[in-house]
Ligand binder design. Structure first.
Ligand SMILES: Cc1cc2nc3c(=O)[nH]c(=O)nc-3n(C[C@H](O)[C@H](O)[C@H](O)COP(=O)(O)O)c2cc1C
Length: 419
């Protein structure tokens, strides 16, 4: 999860993190640190066994809050001095993450046991609960554990992982703690909050296409894929189902379905398939306008390549979708990376390609846009309205583009009802 999305999900939230006695307890320190950096208020409770793996001092230093590890201790919540630790703690959080959740802890929860501070707090809280189990694969696959897990799922407990992979014992199997991103996403989704893109399918393209000349050479461009990936990650965070058709080598954001392509033709095919069920299509990829007319099956020798390379036009994906009459309700968002007369050229593109929105940016400034981490754009709508987005990391710009797309989608819905 990128830092912007982490702040968006967790800033100002009250989160309780329970730590159990497993080897993966050390990984929880990093998660607590990340949540604090994202602006969350984090309190930590540890089972007595957990304190044998990591010192409470580590969590105290990272969270800046007292750690509860003794059910009969005196740590309570700020403004609620005295009384039972577990009741004070259980009243406080908006969500409760237990990481790592041991086989023993899962068994206790399934049976309603409360014999230390973490399990007793779980029993007393009404906050949504997320468990991130970690254990040896034979412990995870035990019928007893499986039945306990099933019982908890039936009661609405969310499980993040475990996953298959290297275990502390050196074995490989199911039982490894899920990646931090998966755990954070589960925690984010458990928190009460608006998911304004829930039930929507968003298709995003990203990266720069590569048009081969032979098996090793290609014509490409400087697009990194960051803008498209940021839009995909932001849409996922807002609850959408996201398909990313990407020509970028960047890691695909967690929770996003990806279709990796290389050429403009492959991107066109993948978009045409994905868009059938889409509500919004955001074309953030830099798609080649031309490709070599001939692609050599074997590497060309230097002397075989002519300097006046014969090129042919690639298909214009947006125009071809319009020709196919794809998606009456589909909101189409294009990008216009221009070096001069930015807004006029962008407006022209919006009309020529039948877009609902065009995102215009001035790529004559090398510190924004293609290949840069920041962007500064103007989002122009079909009705002529303009939304200026001042210079910001692409992750933030992505959110603005999605808000504009959502507005356009709602407007389309309204006009469909009227017609
Ligand atoms: C070195 C060591 C590593 C352990 N790792 C795990 C583990 O990863 N997962 C697990 O479920 N139990 C693990 N255990 C067993 C738990 O520590 C044991 O079941 C303990 O009672 C759990 O206490 P708690 O659930 O109250 O934290 C480990 C034990 C030892 C000694």
């Amino acid at each position: 999860m990128n830092p912007y999305l982490a702040r968006r999900a967790f800033a100002g939230r009250r989160l309780l993190v329970g730590v159990c006695g497993g080897v993966a307890a050390y990984k929880c320190a990093e998660t607590v640190s990340l949540l604090v950096q994202a602006g969350a208020v984090v309190r930590v409770a540890m089972t007595p066994e957990a304190t044998r793996f990591v010192s409470p001092l580590t969590f105290e230093a990272l969270s800046g809050q007292p750690v509860a590890s003794d059910l009969f201790g005196t740590q309570t919540s700020p403004g609620r001095e005295g009384g039972e630790v577990h009741i004070a703690l259980s009243d406080w959080p908006e969500a409760f993450l237990v990481m790592p959740a041991t086989a023993n802890f899962i068994a206790k929860l399934a049976h309603g046991l409360a014999d230390e501070v973490v399990s007793t707090t779980v029993l007393a809280t009404t906050a949504p609960l997320v468990l991130a189990p970690a254990m040896h694969n034979r412990m995870w696959e035990q019928p007893a554990t499986m039945e306990n897990v099933e019982a908890l799922r039936r009661r609405g407990v969310v499980l993040a992982g475990p996953v298959e992979g290297h275990l502390a014992s050196g074995d490989i199997g199911m039982g490894r703690l899920a990646d931090q991103d998966e755990i954070l996403r589960a925690l984010r989704d458990a928190l009460p909050g608006e998911r304004d893109m829930a039930d929507l399918h968003i298709v995003v393209t990203s990266g720069g296409t590569r048009e081969p000349l032979d098996p090793v050479r290609y014509i490409g461009n400087r697009s990194s894929g960051l803008m498209g990936h940021s839009i995909a990650a932001a849409a996922e965070a807002r609850g959408a189902r996201v398909t990313l058709v990407t020509a970028s080598a960047m890691t695909v954001p967690a929770g996003v379905e990806a279709s990796r392509v290389d050429t403009a033709a492959a991107m066109s095919d993948a978009v045409k398939t994905a868009v059938e069920t889409a509500d919004v299509l955001v074309m953030a990829a830099a798609v080649a306008d031309f490709r070599p007319r001939q692609v050599a099956p074997q590497k060309l020798r230097k002397t075989d390549i002519t300097t006046d390379l014969a090129l042919e036009r690639t298909e214009d994906i947006l125009a071809s979708l319009a020709a196919l009459g794809v998606g009456r309700r589909l909101v189409r968002v294009g990008f216009a990376a221009e070096t001069h007369e930015v807004l006029a050229n962008a407006q022209e593109k919006l009309v020529a390609k039948g877009l609902d929105l065009v995102v215009a940016n001035d790529v004559s400034d090398p510190t924004i846009g293609i290949g840069a981490t920041d962007n500064e754009v103007t989002i122009i709508s079909r009705d002529g309205s303009r939304r200026e987005v001042s210079r910001a990391p692409k992750e933030e710009v992505a959110d603005e583009i999605l808000s504009a797309a959502l507005e356009a989608l709602r407007a389309k819905g309204r006009s469909e009802k009227v017609s």
